[in-house]
Design a protein around this ligand. Structure first.
Ligand SMILES: Cc1cc2nc3c(=O)[nH]c(=O)nc-3n(C[C@H](O)[C@H](O)[C@H](O)COP(=O)(O)O)c2cc1C
Ligand code: SF4
Length: 428
């Protein structure tokens, strides 16, 4: 675990306080960026580091930042939105960062603000995250009182504000344009793209949205440089990430490890293996929207390319582990129900399709399914993928496609036996 750096001070007394942060080189990276680097040098550094967003899609952070119009070309105010909505089932890493090291995030925002010459950043935090919001509020107050935020950041001419905005508990407000609509006080419904946020974001102004963890990595890239960062992880998935492990393991929790660590190492070494002496049946690698993989795939490396090759995705690195008592139909039902509930309803394919997935899986689980429902299920999943305004319908389709690929026989057994063959499994 020698590569861990985001979590170095987690668990230490007062790790969320400014004095603690300052005594551990806090705000030094921001000072260096503002004091000795031009905004475009910071953008280039982040690009060259290979840092990819940690919010799910894994897009190059530096490249995204470079899409923002430069002052002089376009003098509209520029904004940053920090995505702290974290509502994907199986994902809980941003919460840990905000609770335990909030100044790390604020410093990352200041560097991003300088790089993109932004006027302000808005942290959009999930409504249920009451404690993290309180910790962040206190940290923001300290940062303003200490002169790290406000009209003269660290005594320079750079003015930068950070606002905290609490959501009201809707997964769709984590989608970047849904987030912006919600921040503007409207219903959190995603916008059609183009125009993209770099051109038309918050209040129609140029905006960049990144995940909490993404901003935090930037602090360390500025501190320790490109070669150091690229030396961790794999060629195309650089650095560490916080793997959040939940489900049937001995030690659920988050573990900061290099990207490319195998699922086997994460599950069996860091999370202590499968609980109650059971066997691994399968795992969902990156939050509920990624395709589940069977136990035979446990040696897969947890990075973007390796997981794509294995037929899934890294997503948010929220690994959900399932033992051999798990009914995959019931597990799919829980997930399908979530997406049905969270669809914002704008697109017919998503509104109707997520409802059909939920209904069909529910029918099979209840023992009332027909054999042709298996093909129908796949047909519905395939027909809602890639055709809607945002990726929520893809997120609903992928787990269904994955589970039918690896556990179709289990669905068929439910139909043949007219009941769920897994009485021990968890209740929906
Ligand atoms: C339905 C839906 C929900 C999402 N929820 C989140 C979320 O809670 N947090 C997050 O960082 N990204 C979430 N995303 C991804 C964001 O749209 C966006 O890609 C991300 O915040 C960009 O940050 P990154 O480049 O640093 O990864 C979601 C996407 C979709 C389609
Ligand atoms: S895909 Fe679903 S959640 Fe996304 S905009 Fe369309 S209806 Fe709303």
């Amino acid at each position: 675990m020698s590569e861990a750096y985001l979590t170095t001070h987690f668990g230490e007394k007062d790790s969320a306080k400014l004095d603690f942060y300052l005594s551990h080189r806090g705000y030094e990276s921001a000072r260096r960026a503002i004091g000795s680097m031009t905004p475009s040098e910071v953008v280039q550094l982040v690009k060259d580091s290979g840092l990819r967003g940690r919010g799910g899609a894994g897009f190059s952070t530096g490249l995204k930042w470079s899409f923002m119009p430069k002052p002089g070309q376009d003098d509209r105010p520029r904004y940053i939105a920090c995505n702290a909505d974290e509502s994907e089932p199986g994902t809980f890493k941003d919460r840990a960062i905000m609770e335990r090291d909030p100044h790390q995030l604020i410093e990352g925002l200041i560097i991003a603000g300088w790089a993109m010459q932004a006027k302000a950043a808005y942290i959009y935090i999930r409504g249920e995250y009451v404690h993290p919001a309180r910790v962040l509020e206190a940290a923001l107050r300290e940062a303003y009182d200490g002169g790290y935020l406000g009209p003269r950041v660290m005594g320079t001419d750079f003015a930068f504000d950070v606002y905290l905005h609490r959501g009201a508990g809707a997964y769709i407000c984590g989608e970047e344009t849904g987030l912006m609509e919600s921040l503007e006080g409207k219903k959190g419904q995603p916008r059609k793209k183009p125009p993209f946020p770099a051109n038309y974001g918050l209040w129609g102004m140029p905006t960049t949205v990144n995940n909490v963890e993404t901003f935090c990595h930037v602090v360390h890239v500025v501190d320790r440089g490109i070669d150091w960062f690229r030396g961790i992880g794999t060629e195309k998935s650089t650095g560490t990430t916080l793997f959040g492990v939940s489900g049937h393991v001995v030690r659920p929790g988050y573990f900061e490890l290099p990207l490319g660590t195998t699922a086997r190492e994460i599950i069996f070494e860091h999370a202590g293996g499968i609980a109650n002496g059971r066997q691994l049946k399968g795992f969902i690698p990156g939050g509920s929207s990624t395709k589940p993989l069977p136990a035979s795939a446990v040696d897969v490396r947890m990075d973007h390319d390796s997981l794509a090759a294995a037929g899934s995705a890294l997503g948010t690195a929220g690994l959900i582990v399932m033992d051999d008592t798990t009914c995959m139909v019931r597990a799919s039902k829980v997930i399908a129900h979530f997406y049905r509930d969270e669809s914002c309803g704008q697109c017919t394919q998503c509104r109707e399709g997520t409802a059909w997935l939920d209904k069909l899986i529910g029918r099979i689980e209840a023992g009332a399914g027909r054999m042709e429902d298996l093909d129908l299920l796949l047909d519905v999943a395939n027909s809602i993928e890639g055709v809607t305004i945002c990726a929520l319908s893809d997120a609903a389709a992928w787990p269904v496609q994955g589970v039918l690929k690896h556990w179709r026989d289990e669905f068929a057994r439910h139909v043949k036996e007219g009941k769920c063959p897994f009485p021990e499994s968890f209740e929906v």
